[in-house]
Design a protein around this ligand. Structure first.
Ligand SMILES: [Cu+2]
Length: 362
C-alpha cells in the first residue's frame, strides 16, 4: 500500500508539473471529441498525430469473492475437499480464500515521432489484498471429515509490477476506418518473494512466502502484440481488438500467456460526452514452473489452479472536461461485469472491475 500511495503522490506531482508547464501553451484542440478515444479499459485503442504527446493515469480495481471450479460455485466445505499439490500434506486444502481486491495504477506516456508510429511507455504498480479462512487439518485416521474453522486472516502485497514500451504502427486510415498494429515488450520487475503473516490450520501465525497469485509479478519478459480496428459512422464508433502477451524469458516460474478479444460500440451524446458498451474475452494459459517455498495448503499455492477463460460485459463513459489550460483533459470510466468463465482447478470468482482514467494531450 505504501509503494502504491507514494507512487500515486509522485505521479500527481509529475502530472501537475507537466500540466503547469503546458499551461503556457494556450492552444485549444477544437476538434477533439470524447468519442475519439475508446473505452478507458482498452489499452492502445488509438494512436496520435506527429509530434503529439499524451500522458495518462489509470486506476483499476478488480474485486473477487468466493470460489469456483470450471465456472461452478464452490462452498468452503467443497474447497476443503479439493486436492493439495501432489506429494504435499495434508492431501486436501485447509485454507479458503474469501475476498480479494486487486488495485492497479498505470502511468502512461504516448508520443508520435511521425503520423505512422506512436510510441507508448507504461509503468504499472499493483497491490493485492486477500481475506482467508483457515480450517483445522482433516483427521485422516478416524475418517472424520468435519473441519472446524480456526480463524480468519488477511494477506497483502504491493509493488511496482512492470514497465513496458510499445510501438503502435498505423496500418490503414481513411475518413471512417483506421487500424493499427501494436508491438512491444513488457518486463515484470516486482520481486517474487513477497511474504506475509498466515494463520496456519494448527492455529499458529507464521510468516510465509505468499502464493503465486498474491505475488505482484513474475520477473518475466513478455511480448505484447495487438491488432486494433476502429470504424466511425457519425455519432457511432465500433471497435475491435485482438491481443496477446507471450512469455519470452522468465525465472523459475511464470504466469501463462494471455490472449484477449474485445469488441465495443460507442455513441456520442455530444462532442464532450460519449457512452460505451463492450464485450471482452480473456484466455490465460496455466502457470509454468514452481517455487519450493510456496507451500501453504491453499488453492493459490497449487500450480494447476491457474489459467482459464473469462467473459466480461462493460459499460463506460468518456468525457472532455477542461481542468487545466491547454488541451482539455479527457476522463474515462468503465465498469465491467463477468458473465461467463471456465477456470482450471479451483480459483476465486471475479465479481467486477472498475477502471478510471485521466488523459492529457499536449
Ligand atoms: Cu493517447
Amino acid at each position: 500500500m505504501n509503494t502504491i500511495s507514494s507512487i500515486a503522490r509522485l505521479c500527481a506531482v509529475a502530472v501537475g508539473l507537466f500540466f503547469g508547464l503546458s499551461a503556457t501553451n494556450m492552444t485549444q484542440a477544437a476538434s477533439a471529441r470524447a468519442i475519439d478515444h475508446g473505452p478507458i479499459g482498452v489499452m492502445g485503442d488509438h494512436y496520435h498525430r506527429a509530434r503529439e504527446w499524451m500522458l495518462s493515469v489509470r486506476l483499476m480495481r478488480m474485486h473477487m469473492s468466493g470460489n469456483q471450479t470450471g465456472g461452478d460455485e464452490l462452498s468452503d466445505g467443497q474447497v476443503l475437499m479439493q486436492p493439495n499439490a501432489p506429494g504435499r500434506m495434508p492431501p486436501v486444502l485447509s485454507v479458503v480464500p474469501q475476498d480479494m481486491d486487486m488495485d492497479m495504477l498505470m502511468l502512461g506516456a504516448m508520443y508520435a515521432p511521425t503520423d505512422r508510429i506512436t510510441l507508448m511507455a507504461m509503468l504499472m504498480a499493483s497491490s493485492k489484498d486477500m481475506d482467508l479462512q483457515s480450517y483445522s487439518p482433516p483427521n485422516m485416521m478416524s475418517g472424520d471429515s468435519s473441519r472446524t474453522a480456526v480463524g480468519g486472516f488477511s494477506t497483502s502485497s504491493s509493488d511496482i509490477e512492470s514497465v513496458s514500451l510499445n510501438g503502435l504502427f498505423r496500418l490503414y486510415e481513411n475518413a471512417s476506418h483506421r487500424s493499427h498494429l501494436t508491438l512491444g515488450l513488457a518486463q515484470s520487475i516486482a520481486d517474487t518473494d513477497a511474504t506475509d503473516w498466515v494463520l496456519t490450520p494448527m492455529g499458529v501465525t507464521m510468516n510465509m512466502r505468499l502464493p503465486y497469485g498474491m505475488q505482484i509479478g513474475d520477473e518475466s519478459l513478455r511480448l505484447n502484440a495487438a491488432l486494433t480496428h476502429v470504424y466511425t459512422q457519425q455519432d457511432w464508433v465500433f471497435g475491435g481488438q485482438v491481443s496477446g502477451k507471450f512469455e519470452l524469458a522468465s525465472e523459475e516460474w511464470h504466469f501463462g500467456n494471455s490472449r484477449g478479444l474485445t469488441l465495443w460500440a460507442q455513441r456520442a451524446i455530444s462532442d464532450r460526452v460519449s457512452l460505451s458498451s463492450r464485450v471482452a474475452y480473456q484466455r490465460m494459459g496455466g502457470l509454468k514452473g514452481t517455487d519450493a517455498l510456496i507451500t501453504a495448503p491453499v488453492q493459490t499455492a497449487v500450480t494447476s489452479n491457474y489459467g482459464g477463460s473469462q467473459w466480461y460485459f462493460g459499460l463506460g463513459a468518456n468525457a472532455i472536461v477542461p481542468i487545466f489550460a491547454g488541451k482539455p483533459e479527457r476522463l474515462g470510466i468503465e465498469l465491467e461485469l463477468p458473465f461467463d468463465g471456465d477456470v482450471r482447478g479451483v480459483q476465486m470468482s471475479p465479481q467486477w472491475r472498475l477502471t478510471l482514467g485521466v488523459q492529457k494531450s499536449l
